[in-house]
Ligand binder design. Structure first.
Ligand SMILES: CC(C)[C@H](C(=O)O)[C@@H](O)C(=O)O
Ligand code: SF4
Length: 456
């Protein structure tokens, strides 16, 4: 392909080993990341077939999904049989000779938080993981996407994956975000406006001044929900903000001063298969009212008419104001919104305040053990605890009802996560997704609240 190219096509072509007779391409894979929920299966299946990991130095694994997040944790989990995921992953990782971030490793954390944090994902690389939120890592200018366990085996054994070109879509964000509005609201706004199928399997590029203005962690929040938009993944062209954020990280190169890094942008005349433009200044804090991420509205809006099943499950009627709906629990965590900047913004809003007595469970689960240590060094844990939140060890925790821990039956939660399907946070749990600011404002009020009304 000659002529102007998208950033996606530049990375794709740099990794295209060959085009197969069917028209699909073999794409070289630079990094594979595994976790104990899906990774052990891939490693075990390879071992049974007698296949070796081709280049163990490119494969990493971590304990994040099943692992307990209560203080003093070990391998035990509240989930029956959960411990086996951990011990089997450990044994398989050691046997395969790949890098393991174990339960008590100082580098442990959620896959999509630690991979950037350690500089494992870098601009221009290809990275895959058997986890749908691998798209988060596109925020660094990488081609990073979620795959299945059997594809992970293939990537580990051969160093390539067979893929058809997914097509491209640019989402251009103009304008300046209003105070109290952030990347999570941008993601929810996009999905609410265009539906959960809006991405159509394409690779998204987020561009425009409102994206350039985001710090790297906020860019990760925005890219994180590309999978909820049915995109293959999302990417943001790396810039000085990206390079400065990566500098000094363990697996990052000593210098980014190279023409290769500077060329990681879409050319001016590059054509995308689809385009969306959004004025970021029009966005309000968003919150979901139903059981799909597309069922999101401005926090000062009213519940629209949606599918009867969503209204029944969530227990809210059309026409009702979302603000003021009483909640029972609050969750601040996940690969969407549990980085240091998220915790800082949330903690500042909590300063000197206490959550409503009606809140039965309120958790802060840092995205990584490094985030936890950094937050503690700043005293953020004291602010959370003084406000009535539990301060946890890092992991996926109640983003996903997999570790066996739950909220009280029937609870309505406000959650900084990315999915609100029926049962996502446990049987019968009703989840409202929102930004960290909206989560803490709501925990303080004991009801869904507008964080703009809390800011001094
Ligand atoms: C368990 C894992 C495969 C899953 C995913 O792929 O996303 C999980 O992380 C989730 O968020 O639902
Ligand atoms: S934090 Fe939630 S969304 Fe992210 S990887 Fe874990 S379970 Fe999936």
């Amino acid at each position: 392909m000659t002529g102007p190219r998208t950033l996606f096509d530049k990375i794709w072509q740099a990794h295209e080993v060959c085009v197969t007779p069917s028209g699909a391409s073999l794409i070289a894979i630079d990094r594979v990341f595994l976790h104990e929920r899906t990774g052990a299966a891939a490693l075990k299946s390879m071992a049974v077939a007698g296949r070796l990991v081709r280049d163990p130095a490119r494969v990493f694994t971590v304990m994040d999904h099943i692992v307990d997040t209560r203080p003093g944790r070990g391998d035990q989990t509240l989930m029956a049989g959960g411990q086996a995921f951990i011990t089997e992953t450990r044994e398989a990782a050691l046997a395969a000779g790949i890098t393991l971030f174990d339960v008590t490793d100082p580098d442990q954390g959620i896959t999509h938080v630690i991979s950037p944090e350690l500089g494992i994902v870098l601009p221009g690389v290809t990275l895959v993981a058997p986890d749908s939120h691998t798209c988060t890592q596109g925020a660094l200018g990488a081609l990073a996407w979620g795959i299945g366990s059997s594809e992970a085996e293939h990537a580990m054994a051969t160093g390539v994956l067979r893929l058809s070109h997914p097509g491209t879509m640019r989402v251009s964000w103009t304008g300046v975000l209003a105070p109290g509005v952030n990347a999570k609201d941008m993601a929810l706004h996009l999905i609410a406006s265009h539906g959960t199928a809006g991405g159509g399997g394409r690779e998204l590029e987020f561009a425009g001044i409102a994206v350039r203005a985001l710090d790297v962690e906020a860019r990760m929040t925005l890219c994180n929900m590309a999978t909820e938009f049915a995109a293959m993944s999302a990417i943001i062209a790396p810039d000085e903000t990206t390079f400065a954020w990566l500098a000094g990280r363990r697996y990052a190169p000593a210098s980014f001063d190279h023409p290769h890094w500077a060329g990681l942008v879409s050319d001016d005349e590059a054509r995308f298969d689809a385009e969306i433009a959004i004025d970021a200044s029009t966005i309000a804090p968003m919150v979901t009212w139903g059981t799909s991420p597309e069922q999101a509205i401005a926090v000062d809006g009213t519940v629209p008419q949606g599918p009867a099943r969503a209204h029944d499950y969530i227990g809210l009627a059309a026409g009702q104001a979302i603000k003021g709906v009483p909640i029972d629990a609050a969750f601040l965590g996940s690969c969407t919104n549990a980085r240091l900047s998220d915790l800082r913004r949330a903690a500042m809003l909590l300063k000197g305040r206490r959550i409503a007595p009606s809140i039965r469970k309120a958790l802060v689960v840092p995205g990584s053990s490094a985030v936890k240590r950094a937050a503690e060094a700043e005293g953020l844990h004291h602010l959370f605890e003084a406000a009535g939140f539990e301060w946890r060890e890092s992991g996926c925790s109640l983003c996903f009802y997999a570790g066996g821990e739950g909220f009280d039956p029937g609870s309505r939660t406000i959650s900084s996560t990315n999915r609100n399907f029926e049962g996502r946070q446990g049987p019968g749990i009703r989840t409202h997704i929102a930004s960290p600011e909206t989560v803490v404002a709501s925990a303080l009020a004991g009801a869904i609240a507008d964080p703009r009304e809390l800011a001094e």
